[in-house]
Design a protein around this ligand. Structure first.
Ligand code: ADP
Ligand code: ADP
Length: 227
């Protein structure tokens, strides 16, 4: 089965006054296991709506969304996400933020912290374990969020414009880190961006969406080696 499969997915929203709005219509694409897939398109074309349904935060009005061959029904273990706004807990240290996933899964605190320490080293944040999120730069917080997503060794990694607000240099560095970690762990990745250049540089498969309502404009498989 495909890592991720969307079949004839339509999502409509009804406003408080009863007006029906179609956010995405008849979306079909798959992400093969271990594939890095980018979804690109203008603001408002339904990228986040699409990702939310794969994450189990939302359901299609019509059609089917499957992860590892199973219809998505709520948040599933094995699926990690990283949103545009990092979701770090401000009152917890960087170390405990990264350790959160394993602790929730019932791993002992000591063992979870040891794993978190290791992941912080891998994203270049050794020495920042005892800092709190507000003491870090935006780029550093993104790296914490990446460690927190990857520590769960997800088979599916969902990212919504994770590097959106970063400067060019930090973005390039984070992209390289992400590609290195992806090569190692090989999760199926669904990566949302409005930046076509970023999509083409990172992904094996690029799904291009268009607005009003969001539909698929094209799906392109890229087999050039990455830089
Ligand atoms: P993108 O991520 O491509 O910018 P979104 O998926 O966020 O697009 O939004 C697609 C469209 O659906 C937008 O017009 C947005 O206003 C609308 N939309 C998204 N979520 C909701 C919601 N919960 N209720 C009503 N409309 C929504
Ligand atoms: P930005 O998001 O501002 O571009 P980066 O994540 O690229 O920042 O961080 C650049 C470098 O600046 C970091 O590797 C780190 O050495 C240093 N740095 C940034 N913020 C802090 C801080 N609060 N304390 C210590 N060093 C910092």
């Amino acid at each position: 089965a495909a890592g991720i499969e969307l079949a004839n997915v339509t999502r409509r929203f009804t406003s408080p006054t009863g007006k029906v709005f179609t956010a995405i219509r008849d979306v079909n694409f798959t992400v093969e296991p271990g594939q890095f897939c980018a979804v690109v398109g203008p603001s408002g074309c339904g990228k986040s709506t699409t990702l939310g349904m794969v994450a189990g935060l939302d359901k299609p009005s019509v059609g089917s969304v499957r992860v590892d061959g199973k219809e998505v029904d709520g948040i599933t273990s094995g699926v990690s996400f990283m949103f545009q706004q990092d979701a770090l807990l401000p009152w917890k240290t960087v170390l405990d933020n990264v350790a959160l996933g394993p602790v929730f899964r019932g791993v002992g605190k000591k063992q979870a912290q040891a794993a978190a320490r290791d992941w912080l080293r891998r994203v270049g944040l050794k020495g920042f374990e005892d800092h709190h999120p507000h003491q870090l730069s935006g780029g550093m917080r993104k790296r914490v969020a990446m460690a927190a997503a990857l520590i769960n060794e997800p088979s599916i990694l969902l990212m919504d414009e994770p590097f959106g607000a970063l400067d060019v240099q930090t973005k390039a560095m984070m992209s390289n880190e992400l590609l290195g970690l992806w090569e190692e762990l090989k999760p199926s990745v669904l990566f949302i961006t409005h930046d076509l250049e970023e999509a083409v540089a990172l992904a094996d498969r690029v799904v291009v969406m268009t607005s009003s309502p969001g539909t698929i404009k094209g799906i392109y498989d890229i087999d050039l080696p990455r830089p």
